[in-house]
Every structure is written in structure tokens, then in C-alpha cells.
Design a protein around this ligand. Structure first.
Ligand code: ADP
Ligand code: MG
Length: 340
């Protein structure tokens, strides 16, 4: 909590739009994360102010804890009544359901009761008993999350079911920000929502954006640099949000089969994809699905690249991004290329 208060204070100090080297910049705290938006050009400042408003608007729709949010309403009215939602909320839930099907349930936003039991959406994090986990797992079922496109309604079939968009909402927000940047004619921008980075065009000097991929074993270090344009680079990792109890670490990405933090040897998954929401959902999904299923998904979908780092010091890079990924010289991981 103290960490978040500090971040909020820093954000307040930096509040407003700054211009540095012809780049407008806004730093803010929303969606439970530190956000940094940078855009170049005449309309950069205007676009970022619009983007800031948009992120705040989306947070008010998607937050599971803000009592006026649409997600809060859906959860509150579980097994009671359908809830009419905005196009944004509907689209995001529809996408989330799609990713649940694509990933054979590895990604499932009805995981919320389990995430809550571990305290990740609460003030205090805790290790729930096995019995409690089993009980909450019974509430996890994507098929009981009903959506009706024509009426734009959402309904949770069973009492105590709930949804949590934490694994996809920031990526969706980055897509919306990109739309705003495009609409304003911004040709060079980089936005970062926690571990979710999205770039527009190239850097002002005409070279590609250089996005560092963090070393999950060393918060100061990075395993390499991705040279990218017009794409999202989104990482999920065991090191991002976790707590310790009796010397054991518990992180926030939950295996939908066990109801516990994933324990499949993966430390981080970075996805490179031009769709931010997809990149976000897939980074969480591959963390849950594991290396083998994640690689199969990569082969099947054929529209994203990935970097997977394991606790046995291995780094797997999908062949489609091999050319744009410069591995750091001092990296101690054994490198493997995932092939088609
Ligand atoms: P972050 O939000 O830190 O960037 P992720 O994108 O990987 O990290 O999302 C993790 C969040 O997604 C968790 O905090 C939780 O809200 C939610 N979540 C956890 N496990 C799953 C899962 N198996 N399927 C869908 N969402 C999940
Ligand atoms: Mg995610």
C-alpha cells in the first residue's frame, strides 16, 4: 500500500502535461498502475489530455471496486438480473469470452472470486485454505457469463459469481488511446500502462522505438530490447504483483485449473502484437497455459510474437520476432527459438 501512496504522490507532483524535446508527456495513476503517455507533434498535447480523460473514463466503467462501475453492477446483480452496459464494457467482455475459448479456459475473467480469495483485489493479501479455493473454483465458468449483443446486456448465472478484467483492461485502454492518437494525427508516441507498452509510428528521429524487456530475476536489469513500430509489447510476470508468506511468494496470475498462482516454471511472458487487448489477454493466458500450449497457440493464431522466460534459466523467443529482438550481452539465460 505504501508503494502505491508514494506513486500517487509522485503522480500528483508530475500532474498536467509537460513538454520535453517537442514531446508532450502526461504521467498519471489509474487502473491500479503507474501510467506514462508521450506523444510528439502539434497535436500531441491535445491528444494526451484526451487520452488521460479516456483512461479515467474506462477505469470508472471497468473497476471491480468502484461502486458506480458497470463491472461492479454486473457482479452485484449476479443471479438476480441482467445489466445493460456501455459499448466499451460489452466489447471488452465479448473479447474476454473469445480469449477464454481460444485458450481453452486458461484465460477466464470469471476467475474473480478466486483472485479475491487471495486478496489481490482486496486491501489484505492472504493464502486461502484448499477448501476455500475449491469452493471458489466452482464459481469459475465462462459458460455462465451470458452476453446479449443486441440488447448490450451481461448476466452472471450463479450467485456469488463475479468477473475481473484485470488481465485485459489495460491492453484495451491502450487500444483506445491509440485510436485517439490516430484521430489527432499523432505520428510518434509511446504509452506505458504498467508493464503494457504501446508505440505509435517511429521515434521522432525516424528510428524504431526500443522497448526493454525486463529480467524477471533482476528488477534493475533487462534481457533485451525490442525494436518496434505501431505495436504493443505487453508483459505478464510472477514478479509484478505478489506477496510473501512464510518465505513463499504468491503472485497474481491464477491457474484456472488449480485456483492457485501458476506454478509451471514460467517467470514472464512478453507478447508483441498490434492489438493491445489481445496482447494483454495472451500474456496472462500463456503464463497460465505454459510453454507448450502457449507455443501451440502462437503457431495456431499466427498473429503475435512472444518471449517466454523460465525458472530454469531458459529464454524462448518466437522466430517471427527474432530479428527485432536484441538480446542483452550479459544475459545468463539459454536461448531457444520457437519455430513454426
Ligand atoms: P498486470 O495486470 O499486472 O499487467 P496481467 O495482465 O497478467 O498482469 O493480469 C493479471 C490480472 O488478471 C490479475 O491481477 C487478475 O485480476 C487477473 N487474472 C489472474 N488470473 C487470471 C486468469 N487465469 N484469467 C483471467 N484473468 C486473470
Ligand atoms: Mg494481461
Amino acid at each position: 500500500m505504501r508503494k502505491y501512496i508514494l506513486v500517487i504522490i509522485i503522480c500528483i507532483l508530475f500532474c498536467g502535461c509537460q513538454i520535453k524535446n517537442d514531446m508532450a508527456e502526461i504521467q498519471m495513476f489509474a487502473m491500479d498502475t503507474f501510467i506514462d503517455l508521450k506523444a510528439q507533434g502539434e497535436n500531441g498535447e491535445k491528444a494526451l489530455l484526451e487520452a488521460e480523460k479516456e483512461i479515467n473514463r474506462l477505469e470508472k466503467l471497468f473497476s471491480p471496486t468502484i461502486e458506480q462501475s458497470e463491472i461492479f453492477a454486473i457482479n452485484q446483480y449476479a443471479a438476480k438480473q441482467t445489466v445493460t452496459v456501455s459499448k466499451d464494457t460489452f466489447d471488452l467482455i465479448e473479447k474476454a469470452k473469445e480469449y477464454c475459448n481460444i485458450t481453452e479456459g486458461a484465460f477466464d475473467i470469471t476467475i474473480a472470486p478466486v483472485v479475491k480469495a487471495w486478496g489481490f483485489t482486496e486491501e489484505v493479501k492472504r493464502v486461502p485454505s484448499d477448501e476455500e479455493i475449491q469452493q471458489k473454483l466452482q464459481l469459475v465458468d465462462n459458460n455462465k457469463l451470458h452476453i446479449d449483443k443486441q440488447n448490450s446486456t451481461v448476466y452472471l448465472e450463479n450467485e456469488n459469481m463475479s468477473i475481473d478484467l484485470g488481465g485485459i483492461a489495460k491492453g484495451y485502454a491502450s487500444n483506445k488511446v491509440n485510436e485517439i492518437l490516430k484521430k489527432n494525427g499523432v505520428s510518434s508516441a509511446v504509452i506505458s500502462l504498467g508493464g503494457n507498452v504501446s508505440v505509435t509510428g517511429k521515434r521522432p528521429d525516424g528510428t524504431k522505438w526500443r522497448i526493454a524487456v525486463q529480467d524477471p530475476m533482476n528488477s534493475e536489469g533487462y534481457v533485451g530490447i525490442l525494436n518496434v513500430e505501431d505495436t504493443s509489447v505487453i508483459t505478464s510476470g510472477v514478479y509484478q504483483r505478489f506477496f510473501e508468506q512464510n518465505g513463499k511468494k504468491y503472485h497474481h496470475i491464477i491457474d484456472t485449473k488449480t485456483g492457485k498462482p501458476t506454478q509451471n516454471g514460467l517467470l514472464s511472458v512478453t507478447i508483441v502484437c498490434d492489438n493491445g487487448a489481445m496482447a494483454d489477454a495472451l500474456s496472462t493466458s500463456v503464463m497460465v497455459a505454459g510453454l507448450q500450449k502457449g507455443s501451440e497457440l502462437w503457431r495456431k493464431l499466427d498473429n503475435f510474437g512472444m518471449i517466454v522466460i523460465t525458472d530454469s534459466n531458459e529464454m524462448y523467443i518466437s522466430e517471427d520476432i527474432e530479428d527485432i529482438f536484441e538480446v542483452s550481452d550479459d544475459v545468463e539465460y539459454t536461448i531457444h527459438i520457437i519455430q513454426k
